[in-house]
Design a protein around this ligand. Structure first.
Ligand code: WTA
Length: 649
């Protein structure tokens, strides 16, 4: 076996063509669109860009001087105009943009007309604080309507928003503010999580002790928790914004003007400020949102259950849906408050048609039990989506059966903060899906898989995923760090974008994402994906969730260490551990059998739900623990560590 290919051992044979009823009404039912886009990629994207309203037409579709792309050069537009005004001018002002629901059960219904007025007032409010075109505005908020409002307000006046997820620590907020010299911070007193108010303002106060660029802080009253307001610096939103004029002319922005920064973690500690611009970004998120979710704006109620603090929320709660005049659900809180059926209750009450969520959430729902979705009428759903990590086939099948009633196509969408929009995903009316595969690069997107030396591995074959043609919503750089931009993404395979993910294509050319390449293990010279071993574990009926890492081993290079959460009512004992290790051996190969297996009540995850493999690796190798401020429940780490060290091997 060549050492530069990732071994392809776990086979998934089931296929799901588009359901007939879905296909009959779908926007896109033919695969011709792939060929059309392939024949003239730039022309394809120009046709999609023309679906937006431009103040001035572009001169050149694409200028590509790797690694720098400029799309729709010379074109002028405004993102908030495209997301709001044009729909109202077309007679849809009374359509609901957001059915917002707070965790305690309070609701707000916001039409496109309401949203434009709110955005205009907020835009005027920002101007009154001295915010000008090109200035950076930090945003640190719960999932409340003022969050999309302030983002669109920035877009309206040409300011650049930098949203920092509300679960980040004061130090993380401070570093992000300082990296791009934000002028204003917009926050809230607090927001609801798990039945009580999680304060935000105190973390801001702590961060602001050391952020010389911040001049003003705008604070939304949400949690009603006690906060300190610093005279001359802090203003209440309801006092400053509500009294502003409800009209504000949208700024004419260049297609390549910066729309936002979003920080994402890399392999080193310092986060990267990923830069997204205006015209190409909006074109791709609108296109992908419409066709991957088969959006029918007149009748659908779409729900992306991500947090706007992550890129999924930027692209598929705010910009894509609003550009397409979607009616969306937006929910503030956690999925198990007050009960484990909160999502299914929301879907039933709002008659949600599309649900977009993460595999980690789906596995949690599986663990909580089938009775929760079973209590609700979910027949309004007609499509399901996933994002954020590879979905193991068992979770896919559960989602398909228990949530989708076997009638909804599932779109598994691969993309990244850096790609801005979806890249590899099915077209639900045209593509036959396979559980666990994101299927094919979307029309207009070109990807391939290469080995260590940058040679294409062919079909079937596994290796590193690269994007070998520019795409409209691609990152334009890392804020203030051109060298890191080149080094991280463009130097490993000259002229091609290195995504950092392992992938394989099966004999039919389907793409299977195998996790980050740092998660690829090397056991006795065999390269194995953590995802494949995890999938094998989770396919066992006793397992709810599993995480696998390769820990250093003197003999084999790396040894596989598994961390497993069992389903409710299952006894986690030595016999089961043996059975599971043998199960992996049967499902994949004896070389994939975990050397150690630890049962744990929960797995350490970032707030966005990604399993913190690095931390598990440290536990397995007993290194000093790194920064755990993004952990959802930091105590999990200690309990895993204690048990691991008390002789599980
Ligand atoms: C992973 C989230 C497999 C992948 C939009 C990627 C996925 C990273 C999928 C980006 C998927 C995302 N299948 N893996 N459908 N979607 N990933 O920047 O490792 O938070 O590189 O963007 O998540 O995470 P990010």
């Amino acid at each position: 076996m060549a050492s530069d290919a990732i071994e392809d051992l776990l086979q998934e044979g089931r296929t799901f063509p588009p359901p007939d009823a879905f296909k009959r009404a779908a926007l896109q039912t033919s695969a011709d669109i792939y060929d059309e886009a392939h024949a003239d990629r730039e022309g394809f994207w120009a046709r999609e860009a023309a679906e937006l309203d431009w103040f001035e037409e572009w001169d050149t579709i694409l200028e590509w001087d790797a690694p720098h792309a400029k799309w729709f050069v010379g074109g002028k537009l405004n993102v908030s105009y495209n997301c709001l005004d044009r729909h109202i001018e077309a007679g849809h002002g009374d359509q609901v943009a957001f059915h917002w629901e707070g965790e305690p059960g309070d609701t707000r219904t916001i039409t496109y007309t309401d949203l434009l007025a709110d955005v205009s007032r907020a835009a005027n409010g920002l101007k009154a604080l001295g915010v000008e075109k090109g200035d950076r505005v930090a945003v640190y908020m719960p999932m409340i309507p003022e969050l999309p409002v302030i983002m669109l307000a920035c877009a309206r006046i040409g300011a650049v928003h930098s949203v920092v997820f509300g679960g980040f620590s004061a130090a993380a907020l401070r570093d992000r503010i300082n990296d791009s010299d934000c002028k204003v911070l917009v926050t809230a007193d607090g927001g609801y999580r798990r039945g009580s108010v999680a304060p935000l303002k105190p973390a801001c106060d702590e961060a602001l002790e050391d952020t010389p660029s911040i001049e003003k802080v705008l604070v939304v009253k949400r949690g009603d928790n006690d906060v300190e307001m610093v005279a001359g610096r802090d203003l209440w939103w309801h006092e400053h914004v509500d009294s502003q004029d409800a009209t504000c002319e949208p700024e004419s922005m260049d297609a390549e003007d910066l729309l936002y920064l979003l920080y994402t973690s890399g392999t080193t500690g310092k986060p990267k400020g990923i830069m997204h611009t205006t015209g190409g970004y909006l074109t791709q998120v609108a296109f992908t949102h419409r066709y991957v979710f088969d959006l029918k704006p007149d009748t659908d109620v779409y729900w992306c259950a991500a947090d706007i603090g992550w890129v999924t929320g930027h692209s598929y709660i705010v910009y894509g849906p609003l550009a397409n005049r979607a009616t969306s659900v937006m929910y503030e809180g956690v999925p198990n408050h007050p009960e484990e059926d909160r999502f299914w209750d929301i879907i039933e009450r709002y008659q949600v048609t599309q649900l977009y969520t993460a595999p980690t959430a789906i596995r949690a729902f599986m663990k909580w039990g089938d009775e929760h979705p079973a209590k609700h009428d979910l027949t309004s759903l007609r499509l399901l989506g996933t994002v954020g990590e590879p979905i193991n086939p068992e979770a896919w099948i559960w989602y398909h059966q228990q949530i989708g009633g076997e009638r909804c196509p599932i779109v598994d969408t691969w993309w990244q903060t850096e790609t801005g929009g979806m890249m590899i995903a099915p077209l639900p009316g045209a593509t036959t899906t396979k559980p666990g595969s994101a299927t094919f690069p979307l029309p207009g997107i070109s990807a391939t898989i290469v080995d260590d030396k940058g040679e294409e591995v062919g079909v079937p074959g596994g290796g590193y995923l690269v994007l070998d043609q520019p795409w409209p919503s691609m990152l334009r750089g890392i804020w203030g760090d051109e060298q890191r931009f080149k080094d991280t993404y463009w130097s490993r395979f000259e002229g091609r974008y290195f995504a950092g993910d392992g992938a394989k294509r099966d004999a039919d050319g389907y793409y299977w994402l195998l996790g980050r390449v740092d998660d690829v293990m090397n056991v006795s010279g065999h390269r194995l994906s953590t995802t494949e071993v995890e999938s094998a574990l989770v396919s066992h009926p006793s397992v709810a969730e599993a995480a696998v890492i390769g820990r250093a081993d003197a003999q084999t290079g790396q040894a596989i260490a598994a961390f497993v959460t069992v389903r409710g009512g299952i006894e986690a004992d030595e016999a089961l551990a043996t059975e599971l290790r043998n199960h992996v051996a049967t499902m994949i190969s004896p070389i994939a059998k975990p050397a150690s297996l630890l049962f744990t009540a929960d797995l350490p995850k970032t707030r966005s739900g990604k399993i913190m493999r690095r931390l598990l690796k440290d536990i397995a190798e007993d290194k000093a623990l790194g920064d755990t401020t993004t952990l959802a429940d930091a105590s999990i780490v200690d309990s895993i560590k204690d048990r691991y060290l008390s002789g599980n091997d």
